[in-house]
Design a protein around this ligand. Structure first.
Ligand code: PMP
Length: 361
């Protein structure tokens, strides 16, 4: 067996210890003689798992009791639409702060359900920096303010929670949830697709302040209503039991690693290593993102001559470094260094980049 260093943006690397444990337990989970995938979600065993996963996530993020934690499906994209359905009444508006591709998507999926006010956008600057808070045109009567804590494609990340007054703050944390401590009480709703820092795709974790659950009065099917999911412990219909199980194992792994505070330090070390190598390459590599806004999860960079891109990708793959091709929207390369990517992987990449630059400089 040979595992590579995996820099995929998502679905992304999972902790090897989690994969190994899932492998060991695959056929016979907890001595019940069946796989966790083969059990009823309403049975005692699975219910125990579900409760433990929620308890571990609550502990990791210090989630206050007045927040519900939901394990849902549909990807973050479905929730781009479901959030306005649940949080905004007919005729209301919501503020969106757009700092990259995913913020744009959130806006376009929300439009059928709420009047969108783009309160700030860094599109005119190619999403290379965050719009200063003082420039945001917030509406104090907005149903909520939505932003993307980390833009996975553009590699821009908020390192502080913006102050937005009494309007509930809604955050797409798909690509940086659990990468460090966060004060949940500053948010009305946090949501994240699982396939970066939580587990496999097909699962969405949503953390919502309970008073917001009863907001909307518009008619909709129960399956779209967060309040119904919360009242049914995320088992309104059959949940993604396999994803929930792997999320639970990942939460346990995170606790063993020292929790999200330890993750922040590790992620900072990995990101610093990479950005220093890029900035110190004498222009061979470049990261165009403003320093203060640089993501610690997704590091986009270009080569000084794009004619070398194909060689770089071929040679990096041969060196056991997977998935470094940048998103087509920005081109170049991207190294995603989520929680499960160890410092060793970042070091291996930096070493490779140094060698490659020497050979082609
Ligand atoms: N938001 C962010 C920040 C993302 O990175 C992604 C996926 N890469 C999405 C939303 C969309 O997630 P999904 O494909 O699970 O709907």
């Amino acid at each position: 067996m040979s595992r590579v260093w995996n820099f995929s943006a998502g679905p992304a690397a999972m902790p090897q210890a989690v994969l190994e444990r899932a492998q060991r337990e695959l056929l016979d989970w907890q001595g019940c003689g069946a796989s966790v995938m083969e059990l009823s979600h309403r049975g005692k065993l699975f219910m125990g798992l579900a409760q433990q996963a929620e308890a571990d996530l609550r502990e990791l993020l210090a989630i206050p009791d007045n927040y519900a934690v939901l394990f849902l499906q549909g990807g973050a994209t479905q929730h781009f639409a479901q959030i306005p359905m649940n949080l905004a009444g007919e005729g209301e508006s919501a503020d969106y702060v757009v700092t990259g591709h995913w913020g744009e998507k959130a806006v376009s999926e929300a439009r059928p359900y709420v009047t969108v006010n783009v309160a700030a956008s860094s599109k005119d600057e190619n999403y290379l920096r965050l719009p200063p808070r003082a420039s945001w045109q917030l509406n104090p009567r907005a149903a909520y303010v939505h932003y993307t804590t980390n833009e996975t494609i553009h590699g821009v990340q908020f390192h502080d929670v913006p102050e937005v007054g009494d309007v509930p703050l809604v955050a797409d944390m798909s690509s940086d949830i659990l990468s460090g401590p966060v004060d949940v009480s500053k948010f009305g709703l946090i949501y994240a697709g699982a396939q970066k820092n939580i587990g496999p795709s097909g699962l969405v974790v949503l953390i919502v302040r309970r008073d917001l659950l009863e907001r909307t009065t518009r008619p909709m099917a129960r399956i779209f209503r967060y309040a119904d999911h919360a009242a049914n412990d995320s088992m309104l219909n059959t949940p993604n039991t396999w994803g929930w199980y792997l999320a639970g194992l990942t939460f346990q792994w995170l606790k063993e690693q020292g929790g999200v505070a330890a993750m922040r330090e590790r992620n900072l070390a990995k990101a610093t290593l990479l950005y220093d190598a890029i900035d110190g390459s004498g222009g061979f590599y470049r990261c165009p993102v403003e320093h203060a806004a640089r993501s610690r999860m997704n590091v986009p960079f270009t080569l000084h001559d794009s004619a070398l891109d194909a060689d770089f990708l071929k040679a990096s793959e041969a060196a056991g470094l997977l998935a470094l091709k940048g998103h087509k929207a920005v081109g170049g390369m991207r190294a995603s260094i989520y929680n499960a990517v160890p410092l060793e992987a970042a070091q291996a990449l930096v070493d490779f980049m140094g060698d490659f630059a020497k050979r082609h400089g």
